[in-house]
Design a protein around this ligand. Structure first.
Ligand SMILES: NC(=O)c1ccc[n+]([C@@H]2O[C@H](COP(=O)([O-])OP(=O)(O)OC[C@H]3O[C@@H](n4cnc5c(N)ncnc54)[C@H](OP(=O)(O)O)[C@@H]3O)[C@@H](O)[C@H]2O)c1
Length: 246
């Protein structure tokens, strides 16, 4: 039994919990004993599938439409979660977008979308969640190994946004330390999700372990960071990428 599971009725909110890594984290936190709210923007069907799967296993879940590019919708999602389940114990900021393009080709729309969701949305989610979180809570962001590994052509803006998240958690961790709230950042490498569906075989070749990651492997690290035993870790970025090299 995990430490979180030993405390029933704890509450977690996963931003971007309808698919991929976020869905795996929502499922894992429900297994750990959390009541779980999860947001989505474009796939209500997938979000309801995750909520139904949690319910079928005896857990409690709530799917909420909330665009992470919109600060008002983010705050409303936090309020709905607290109204339904009570104050937050954990927030996982997973929602993210990848738009590839070399510097000559990136459109202003793609630039603005990545900045809005991957940076502004992360800050707003942390700010809103922290305001309705119990002291001693946990905030986990999902960055990327692109923040620390060698740059890739076509990936500069995405990597920039994920480097911003790694920098952000260092300062926010200090802001929230007096309340005992920890703030840590998971930096996955290539992981099998819709985001990477068309590049998986190429990516696997770049991983010394010769495979891409599974969402449940990222969720296991999120489970640790969401639990009590991680309480001495804050402001850290943890890379989980099979030793990825170029
Ligand atoms: N897969 C990888 O190899 C990899 C590697 C490193 C880091 N990451 C990061 O891990 C996180 C999850 O990636 P993934 O691979 O699981 O992606 P994914 O399969 O494309 O799923 C993205 C999730 O984020 C949600 N989302 C996207 N934009 C949103 C918005 N504006 N508002 C609210 N929710 C939004 C999606 O909701 P809908 O279903 O409603 O669209 C979905 O639940 C991202 O931050 C990504 O950058 C992924």
């Amino acid at each position: 039994m995990t430490d979180a599971a030993s405390t029933p009725n704890r509450v977690a909110l996963v931003f971007g919990g309808s698919r991929g890594i976020g869905a795996a984290i929502a499922m894992r936190l429900a297994e750990d004993g959390f009541r779980v709210a999860l947001t989505y923007v474009s796939r209500p069907d997938k979000a309801e599938d995750v909520a139904a799967a949690i319910g079928a296993r005896g857990g409690k879940a709530l799917a909420i439409r909330a665009d992470s590019a919109d600060a008002v919708e983010i705050a409303a999602a936090v309020d709905r979660t607290v109204d339904r389940f009570g104050p937050l114990d954990v927030a996982v900021v997973n929602a993210g977008v990848l738009r590839l393009g070399t510097v000559d080709a990136v459109s202003i729309e793609d630039l603005d979308l990545m900045l809005a969701v991957n940076i502004r949305g992360v800050f707003c989610a942390i700010q809103s969640a922290a305001s309705r979180m119990r002291d001693g809570g946990r905030i986990v962001t999902i960055g990327s190994n692109t923040a620390v590994r060698t740059g890739t052509a076509g990936g500069s803006v995405y990597a920039m946004t994920k480097a911003a998240v790694a920098a952000l958690v260092k300062g926010v961790a200090l802001d929230l330390a007096p309340r005992g709230i920890t703030v840590n950042n998971i930096q996955p490498g290539p992981t099998e999700t819709d985001m990477t569906a068309d590049m998986l075989s190429r990516l696997a070749d770049m991983v010394p372990l010769k495979r891409v990651g599974r969402p449940d492997e990222i969720a296991a690290l999120a489970s640790y960071l969401a639990g009590r035993q991680s309480g001495y870790m804050t402001g850290s970025s943890l890379t989980i990428d099979g030793g990825y090299i170029l």
